[in-house]
Every structure is written in C-alpha cells, then in structure tokens.
Design a binder for this molecule. Structure first.
Ligand code: ADP
Length: 535
C-alpha cells in the first residue's frame, strides 16, 4: 500500500437520540468495538505527516499515565486502523485532575492575576496554534475523518479566532453599581465560578474545545475537560501548547476516557462547581441528573437537534438547493444543528427534488485527505450502522429514495449521500436525529402550516429560512422556536454569535457575550452610606 504524505497535498456543530427500537448496546467501553470486522482499509490511504507526541492525561501541567495504567485505542475512521493508544482516565484520574484544578483555583495564580495577564497568555496560545495549524488540522482529520480542507481552511482559523475573541473579553468583564432604595452603596462583582467540568463530543473536537475552554479561562476559572473517546488527540496537543504559552499548572487538565466512567465521575463530582456538556439529549439528561444529585452544580447543555430548513416559493431554487445540501451534508451530516428536515414549497418542490438529487449524486466521497473530497467516513461503526438503520427505515416507508441508500464502496465507514423525497412528519427519518448524510425533503403549502410542522419537535436548536421576501423572513424568524435562525445562509459560526437550544436541545448559550455568564458568579456587595444626604 503506497503511503503518501499529506504535506504534499496541502494545496487545498450532538449527538444521537435513538428510539429504543434502533438503539444498540451501551456506550460503555464502546471504543473497543468501534470498528467491526467488515470495516477494513480503503485503497491507498494517505498517511498524514503528523508526529503524535501526546497520548497521556494532562494533569497539573504534566502528561501522566492513568492511575489504572490502562489505555484505549483511537482509530482512523477511514480504515479502522489503530492510530495510537491513549491513557484511559476513569474516576480516580478525574479525582486527581479535580484536585489539581481546585488547588490552582483556590491558591492561584490564575484567578488572582490581572485579567490582562490572562488575556496575554490566551493570545500567546492562539499564536502557537496558528504556527502548528497544518499539523493540528491533519491530526483532526486523521482522528475524526472530516475533510482536511475543512479542518485546515475553516476550523483551525475559527479555533484561533475564538481564542482571540475570548482573550478580548478577559479584561472587559466587570460588575455594576446598583441604585438601591436606601442609604447603601451597592456593587456587583463578577467572579469566576471555580472548577469547571467540561465534556465534549467527537464531531468538532477542536471547535468544541474552544467553545468551552475559551470563556471559562477568560473569566478566570480552572478546568477539567474530558474529550470524546473517539477523538482524544488534538485536545492533548493544544493542551501542551497552552502550557508553552504560560498557562500555570492545574488550570487546564485534560482527561481522555469514556463517558460512563470518566464523564460521569466529572459530572457527579462534589468539588466541581460547574458542568458544561455537548452531546446527545439522552446523555445530557444523565449529566443534569448527576449534577443535581451531587452538589447541584449549574449545567450548560448543548444537545441534539432536528432543524427545519424552509425553502419558500420565491426562492432561487439553484441557490436553495446548494444551501440545503450544505446545511445537511456538511461534516458527513454529523452536526447537531444539521438542516435535516428540508421543507419545500409545493410550487418549487419538483424542481427542488430533482436538483437536490443531482447535487447529492455529485457529492465527492472518499479519503478526506484527498483534495476535492467533500465527504469522508462516519466516525465509527456504531454511528455508521445507526445511519444505515435509519436509511432502511426510510426505504421501508412511503418516502421515495431518490439516490444513495447504501454504504459507499465495499470497505470502510463511508455512506452514499442519500436523499429521500415525499417524507412525512410522522416518519422516523423526520423525527429522529440521524447524524449522517441523509436528506429528508418534505412538501408544504401554507406558511402557517410549515411553522406549526417545523415547531412540532422535541428539539429547538436551529432553523434555516430561504426566501427573497423580507416579510416572510421576519415572520418565520420570529415564529420558529429555535436558538438560531439562519436566513438565506446556514452554519454561520462567528465567535460572537450565541449558539444553543430551545426545548430539549439544551440549556444556556455558548459563544458570544452570553457564554460568559455560564462561567461567572455575581456577588452583591452592600455597604451602608454614612451620609444619606449624599445618596
Ligand atoms: P454520541 O452518542 O454522539 O457519542 P454522547 O452524548 O454519548 O454522544 O457523547 C458525548 C460526550 O459525552 C463524550 O465525551 C462521551 O464520552 C460523554 N458521555 C457519554 N456518556 C456519558 C455519561 N453517562 N456521563 C458523562 N459523560 C458521558
């Protein structure tokens, strides 16, 4: 097998909510069975030019083995080959990491240094990431399977931008002077909460790291972060860069490991003051329960979605097709906010279905390191099989399979870009989060009706609206019950734009100014005034 180096090719969003009938196994230890025997190597996979240096837990500024000595494999989703073995943290390692974060918070220097000094360290870190961005992008693609071009040209620059953004906030966080009905001087202090526990998913390992770590550090907290078992590598790499940038030991601790062991220990820890999570709604509920049953720590949850993408009859059909395609198929369909219910007005429906099908057939699938590839493999066997079960369920319904519907090729975890038309609201493929490259197209006639149908879901993460009519855009964006409404665009993830869900898509907002309140306590300080005449 000829191994080519990716460096020669540099020219170029949790979360499942399966009905019981489709769920298989528990996630405990599933990393060990992430690849079935049928998942074997694709032809001639490009071997990235990455030197994997960090595979241990990052606790108190040091890379250390798990207390148990255990490791687990992390796989290349293109082939099922083991990339490397990583330390497997569990409850004991979470205890060690929390103790380090506690000490770093209680004794400093991080929460006590000036906000400007904290900002300088975050900026130095962002510079280091920029210097290593090609290698980091290659590592992200290797561990996750996403197109290298997407990782390198879009996600790494956004990662850097997010840390610039939060560094900018660090010295602008302050309280208020409050007028009271009496002879008192009242002020509020905005203080860090303490030790933040953070649990991130596998679909955007670096971006999710930035959404969580950026605001927590800007506000002066210390952190224990648990990576997803499928994608532990890039967080360890950037964790090292953070320490090179001058982050004091114990401020950012990174534990790789599994959800029911390390993740649950973190969410239920008595000495963790706050928990933030991105992933499935089912796991989000478990985390909220652990938080409530332990020390009632506040939780920020960014969970699943089933976002409507509404194409009105005045839309430019070609543009709508392209945007709806992107809204669903981006990142192999593995986005919590994917536009996975494409509602199309009856007047443009037939043309839209025909063109959406042609576009999906043109989608390039293959080795994500290859230039021009739009779609790589699904993350693991569990997700791959789940998506195929949903496709089967759609095929057995009265929906029409327009294209795709099978695995792509005979090896690996690739799935053909799949389009269903004539989808009805009560079908499983229109209700559940599929988390794969499967577009469901539904027909509508009246705006009132499509609003009602779009809102008839347990989720409320995002929505897309495609129209040339300003009144329609304004009406729909107010009527849709979702944390983000993208009008004539989709997946715009600027650092300043808040993101989060209504209903069972989550609690709280990440990014933007709203994210800071997740990591701050407000203290009211009340002092009597000696001379009330000067009130
Ligand atoms: P998915 O099914 O898409 O992998 P999950 O919600 O299960 O999504 O996983 C997202 C993150 O949550 C991962 O880091 C995973 O290890 C973690 N996780 C899974 N189960 C639990 C749990 N019971 N407690 C805490 N964390 C968990």
């Amino acid at each position: 097998m000829a191994a080519r180096r990716v460096s020669s090719l540099l020219s170029r969003t949790l979360s499942s909510s399966l009905p019981l009938s489709l769920r298989k196994g528990s996630s405990c230890g599933r990393g060990l069975s992430r690849f079935s025997s049928t998942a074997s190597a694709i032809e001639d996979p490009i071997i990235p030019n990455v030197d994997i240096k960090h595979t241990k837990l990052l606790i108190n500024g040091q890379f250390v083995d798990a207390a148990s000595g255990k490791t687990f494999p992390t796989y290349d989703p293109r082939t099922g080959n083991v990339i490397t073995h990583v330390a497997e943290g569990d409850a004991e390692d979470i205890n060690r990491a929390v103790a380090a974060a506690r000490k770093a918070f209680d004794e400093g220097p991080w929460p006590k240094m000036t906000a400007y000094e904290r900002a300088r360290i975050i900026l130095r870190f962002a510079d280091l990431v920029e210097q290593h961005s090609e290698e980091l992008a290659a590592l992200e693609t290797w561990d996750n399977g996403k197109p290298f071009q997407q990782a390198s040209k879009s996600e790494l620059p956004l990662f850097v931008r997010l840390f610039h953004y939060y560094a900018g906030w660090a010295d602008k966080i302050h309280g208020l002077t409050v007028p009271a009905d009496g002879p008192y001087h009242v002020q509020t202090l905005h203080e860090p909460i303490g030790v933040a526990g953070q649990i991130i998913p596998w679909n955007f390992p670096l971006i999710m790291f930035a959404w969580k770590v950026g605001p927590a550090l800007a506000c002066g907290n210390t952190i224990v972060l648990k990576t997803a078992e499928q994608t532990p590598l890039t967080a360890l790499y950037v964790g090292k860069l953070f320490h090179e940038a001058g982050l004091p030991p114990g401020v950012l601790n990174i534990v790789s490991g599994f959800g029911p062991t390390a993740g649950a220990a973190l969410a239920g820890h008595m000495d963790v003051d706050k928990i933030a999570f991105t992933g499935s709604t089912e796991t989000g509920k478990a985390i909220l329960e652990l938080a409530a049953k332990s020390n009632l720590k506040p939780a920020t949850l960014e969970l699943g979605g089933k976002s409507p993408f509404i194409v009105c009859d005045d839309a430019d059909v070609d543009k709508a097709v392209e945007l709806a395609h992107f809204a669903l198929f981006f990142n192999q369909g593995q986005c919590c906010c994917a536009g996975s219910r494409t509602y199309v007005h009856e007047r443009v429906y037939d043309e839209f279905v025909e063109k959406a099908t042609q576009r999906a057939k043109r989608r390039t699938v293959g080795d994500p390191f290859k230039s021009g590839i739009e779609q790589g493999p699904q993350i693991d066997t569990e997700q791959f099989e789940k998506v195929l079960r949903y496709i089967k369920s759609g095929s057995e319904s009265t929906a029409k399979l327009e294209c795709g519907g099978q695995r792509f090729g005979s090896r690996g975890l690739f799935i053909q870009p799949t389009v269903f038309s004539n989808v009805q609201d009560d079908m499983l493929i229109a209700q559940d989060e599929i988390f794969g490259p499967v577009q469901s197209i539904l027909k509508f006639k009246e705006l009132d009706d499509v609003v009602r149908r779009a809102n008839t879901t347990q989720y409320g993460l995002a929505a897309g609206v495609f129209t040339n009519n300003l009144n329609t855009a304004n009406t729909l964006s107010r009527a849709l019950r979702a944390g983000t409404v993208w009008v004539n665009c989709f997946d715009v993830f600027d650092a300043a734009i808040p993101f989060g869900g209504y209903k069972m898509s989550g609690i709280g907002r990440e990014k933007g100014v709203y994210s800071l309140s997740n990591y701050l306590q407000v203290k009211a300080v009340v002092t009597p005034l000696k001379n009330p005449a000067w009130l």
